[in-house]
Design a protein around this ligand. Structure first.
Ligand code: PAF
Length: 299
């Protein structure tokens, strides 16, 4: 995917207590210093708009590593829709204040596009053996190449021992594990449980774009996933799929983009249940123009 290079002008960083790096030589010097001391680096890559879901990843990183690095970078190559890239929420000051409230010792890497991509703002090619051609990959062409490309670059710069990702983007998590194998990157990928609001809605930066009415109704998505999980014991996968499609057909506020039951490791569509295999249900739905995704382990 090729995207016109955009210049990112970072606002002045006012929060002096946080260590914020914007260029490679600075972050590389900090990383070299940490490595010299033999400390373990935990990395949480983000696109900013930080929320409690991210906070739970920072918490996992803090509990398992000596130093936590958080990157904040809205990666242009993973947006198949230019409007989505344009409207993606960006507020570095708010993100830094959020991070400072969690732990002022967290190191922040907030590069501009040129720092990551130079003049070549495009994705690399990877062979993800079909993991990228279903669900999110089918509906967002080029998305996962963009994610994998930026993570390859970020891993090379930050050199983490462990990197933490939420299971909300379960397909992304599987692809990142494959990326690490393919590129033989010396980092261990840790998947962390989905963080949810009290009413069940999965935490997401997109939730802030929901209208009041949609926000109130949004727990319907998780509720439907829970019903699908309950049905999965006794019904066939196509019966469960038909149930979910029907629930959405009757709903005035949400449009189902896909509901899919897939093998938890290959992500291949599960037309039948096999013993000793693990399955997950995946959903993508629109609330007006806000696209929400969620998933659940079925067995
Ligand atoms: O999950 C995200 O926020 C992004 O896809 C990631 C992993 C930070 C890559 O840009």
């Amino acid at each position: 995917m090729q995207i016109a290079s955009n210049i990112v002008i970072l606002p002045p960083v006012k929060l002096v207590r946080m260590h914020v790096y914007t260029h490679r030589p600075q972050i590389s010097a900090a990383v070299a210093n940490i490595k010299k001391k033999g400390l373990k680096i935990g990395f949480v890559p983000t696109m900013g708009a930080l929320h409690r879901g991210h906070a739970s990843l920072f918490d996992f990183a803090q509990k398992n590593c000596d130093v936590v690095v958080v990157s904040i970078f809205v990666n242009p190559t993973q947006f198949n829709n230019p409007q989505d890239l344009e409207t993606y929420p960006r507020d570095l000051q708010a993100d830094l204040a959020f991070l400072e409230g969690i732990n002022p010792e967290i190191l922040v890497f907030a590069p501009g596009t040129t720092t990551i991509y130079g003049a070549n703002v495009k994705s690399l090619d990877f062979d993800f053996a079909g993991l990228d051609s279903v669900m999110e990959g089918a509906f967002r062409p080029g998305h996962f190449e963009g994610v994998a490309t930026v993570l390859k670059y970020l891993f090379e710069i930050v050199q983490p021992d462990l990197a933490f990702f939420g299971e909300k983007d379960y397909q992304q998590l599987q692809i990142i594990k494959r990326l690490v194998e393919l590129e033989k990157l010396p980092v261990e990928i840790i998947g962390c449980p989905i963080s949810r609001h009290e009413d069940g809605l999965a935490e997401s930066s997109r939730n802030q774009r929901l209208s009041k009415q949609h926000r109130e109704a949004a727990p319907f998505i998780y509720k439907t996933l829970m019903q699908a999980k309950a049905l999965f014991n006794d019904k066939s996968t196509s019966e469960v799929e038909a149930f979910v499609e029907n629930e959405f057909k009757d709903h005035a506020l949400f449009n189902l983009e896909y509901f899919e039951i897939a093998n938890a490791s290959s992500l291949a569509h599960a037309s039948e249940k096999k013993e000793n295999e693990h399955y997950r249900a995946f959903i993508a739905a629109f609330a007006d123009d806000v696209r929400l995704i969620d998933n659940i382990a079925l067995n």
